[in-house]
Design a protein around this ligand. Structure first.
Ligand SMILES: [Zn+2]
Length: 184
């Protein structure tokens, strides 16, 4: 069952949606080589250091894009999330324009309580935005829709980087409420 907005898509968009929905995982050749970068990110975020967190995000994304054979993406980590009536923005993917690299923007703190985002949530958001990048650069899709397949690809990356029994990064907030809002 596609999501409700499928009904509003054109025939061409539906073909893109269907392709996206059919791709359910993204396999990393050697996920264990990326885990130290994940650990470094967890530590930087726990110390609440914005610049170090941004640097750790960039290193992890560089490792992921190299492993997956796609071009690089730039990351910017900002302090508190913007918010509006529809909720809080967790992350944002901006396509390449005017000779600049595509960019991922992530926010370190929740809008309301200004609390540092739980690590798993933060990593989920990073991978969510990376999945938009992969839709264009790896799967060559004309658009990047939020489909069930899209969320499965996000989860598949997450579970390769954080194996199931891993509790090291669990800071008590859990891994729920992780997806960026639909920007459509
Ligand atoms: Zn998204």
């Amino acid at each position: 069952m596609p999501f409700a907005y499928y009904a509003r898509l054109s025939k061409r968009q539906r073909a893109v949606y269907d392709k996206s929905d059919s791709l359910t995982q993204v396999l990393l050749p050697e996920p264990e080589t990326l885990r130290p970068l994940v650990e470094a990110l967890a530590e930087a975020l726990a110390r609440e250091e914005r610049e170090q967190t941004q640097l750790a995000c960039q290193r992890l994304l560089d490792g992921l894009t190299a492993a997956l054979g796609v071009g690089p993406v730039r990351v910017e980590v900002l302090a508190a999330r913007p918010h509006a009536r529809w909720g809080e923005l967790h992350g944002l993917y901006t396509e390449a324009r005017a000779g600049r690299l595509p960019k991922i923007t992530l926010w370190m703190r929740t809008a309301r309580q200004r609390r540092v985002v739980a690590f798993r949530t933060f990593l989920r958001t990073l991978l969510h935005e990376l999945c938009h990048h992969l839709d264009y650069r790896r799967f060559r899709l004309a658009d990047s829709f939020h489909t069930a397949g899209f969320y499965k690809r996000e989860s598949s990356l997450f579970h390769q980087l954080i194996p199931e029994q891993e509790t090291l990064y669990d800071n008590g907030f859990g891994a729920n409420g992780t997806d960026a809002p639909d920007r459509r």
